[in-house]
Design a protein around this ligand. Structure first.
Ligand code: LLP
Length: 438
């Protein structure tokens, strides 16, 4: 369910025609629908309404401040994996007591930031991290609430690059080492072991791996309690998949039923870290066709968005639905095309041999389901400016991240003093590490 529909032959985000935004903002741009984000959040939280659960939106999916704020206003907490995400969550108004700090490697500065903000919980991924956190907390006169992130050795049966719960991945503490890690935590002066955390992967379309992983966590919670540890919280991570083209993911209700069944009787508070399922189909990437050309038996539709704007197809072979912004006639014949970007890599392709209605240079296309892991994974490769982001609410829209100017994109770069400053560019000189500097 989402709020991107054709109205009078024009694709709209809620009540706003995407072509009107394209006129005003230029292409490419991301466009998010508030009503869709709100709906997904409500459906997800409703599925856990009869359990003591906190939904911590996983910022890595989309950390635009306006998107995070939209969710924070609904009561969402946050799952963050870096100091940057932590600061974004706080800046967007997520209360510190609803923020979980996950992540396979945290710097001391990042841990200090979390301690300083007095966040809900650190999900700790190694004994060394436990030690460091305790040391920092003790020095600050604080206490660090921690959950052990466990690697349950369960195959999520999703794309290999987004599988995180099998033994050979870098994530978490191997489940067999959990009792020793808990014992260690109990000896440390400034950490409080409050729970366990697990996240086995992303874009799961099958409930069985969740069931297996949650079951192992429940068993481990019982074991650790028997060892004398107060395991009060279970963070079940994120990972629920969504439909890009023809996937049939379980709905949040079914997912929640599996989670609740697995932990029933434990009396634990649940933490959930959904990302994609909240924002994925609340976003589209709108792009303009630059050229249509035939070569080697293929029809290439060259668009002005590229792999730097939306990396998922290049990195995971992801297939996003692509629709013309002007509704095609029902009888329009569909012919297979490759939709490609202008970046100088063969991987810069959004789809191959996809049947699309006829498109011509100048037409607008919407690449669907781009609200999660789209803008956040963008780069400025090929010196392309970062794509702007637009948020729609009803008949209103706002540019929530503008396209940077060329001057802004080079503002942080400086010429070393052995190179002559280019005429016409504002002078900027590298000063750090200058030979002979005092
Ligand atoms: N919690 C943890 C500890 C995670 O590592 C992740 C995602 C989530 C929660 C949120 O998972 P979600 O509900 O969104 O599946 N860039 C990839 C996805 C990477 C996911 C990384 N971790 C993609 O575009 O498919």
């Amino acid at each position: 369910m989402n709020h991107f529909d054709y109205r009078d032959g024009a694709l709209h985000a809620e009540d706003v025609a995407l072509k009107d935004i394209a006129e005003a903002v230029g292409t490419p741009f991301y466009c998010y629908s508030t009503a869709t984000i709100e709906r997904h959040y409500r459906v997800f939280t409703a599925a856990f309404a009869d359990a003591p659960a906190t939904v911590c939106y996983s910022l890595k999916a989309n950390s635009n401040l306006a998107v995070v704020r939209t969710l924070a206003e609904l009561g969402a907490g946050a799952d963050v994996v870096s100091g940057g995400e932590l600061r974004r969550a706080l800046a967007a108004g997520v209360p510190a007591e609803r923020i979980v700090f996950s992540g396979v490697g945290k710097t001391r500065d990042e841990m200090a930031l979390g301690l300083d903000a007095a966040i809900l919980q650190f999900n700790v991924e190694s004994v060394a991290e436990l030690d460091a956190l305790s040391e920092l907390a003790a020095a600050a006169g604080a206490r660090a609430p921690v959950a052990l992130r466990i690697n349950p050795d369960v195959d999520a049966r999703t794309h290999g690059k987004i599988t995180t719960g099998t033994r050979a991945t870098k994530f978490g503490i191997p489940i067999a080492q959990a009792p020793a890690a808990a014992a260690r935590a109990a000896t440390l002066p400034a950490v409080d072991l409050v729970g366990l955390a697990v996240h086995i992967g992303s874009q799961l379309t099958d409930l069985a791996p969740f069931e297996a992983a949650f079951g192992r966590m429940a068993d481990l919670a019982r074991t650790l309690r028997a060892d004398g540890h107060a395991i009060e919280r279970l963070d079940l991570g994120g990972g629920l998949g969504i439909r890009y083209t023809d996937e049939t993911p379980p709905d949040p209700e079914a997912y929640a039923a599996v989670a609740k069944r697995a932990v029933s009787g434990l009396g634990c508070r649940l933490l959930l870290e959904p990302g994609r399922v909240l924002v994925g189909n609340a976003g589209v990437l709108v792009t303009r066709v630059l050229d249509v050309k035939e070569a080697g038996g293929h029809t290439f539709v060259v668009v002005d968005a590229a792999m730097n704007d939306l990396l998922r197809p290049a990195l995971y072979d992801a297939q996003h639905a692509i629709e013309p912004v002007t509704e095609p006639l029902p009888e329009a014949a569909r012919a297979p095309v490759d939709v490609v970007g202008p970046v100088c890599e063969s991987a810069d392709s959004f789809t191959k041999n996809r049947p699309l209605p006829p498109v011509a240079a100048g037409d607008l296309l919407a690449i669907r389901t781009a609200g999660a892991y789209g803008a956040v994974m963008a780069s400025s490769y090929n010196a392309r400016p970062l794509t702007p982001e637009v948020l729609v609410k009803g008949s209103a829209y706002a540019v929530v991240r503008r396209r940077p100017s060329f001057d802004e994109t080079v503002a942080a770069e400086h010429m070393p003093d052995w190179l002559v400053e280019t005429p016409g560019r504002a002078p900027g000189r590298a000063t750090v590490g200058r030979r002979g500097a005092a």
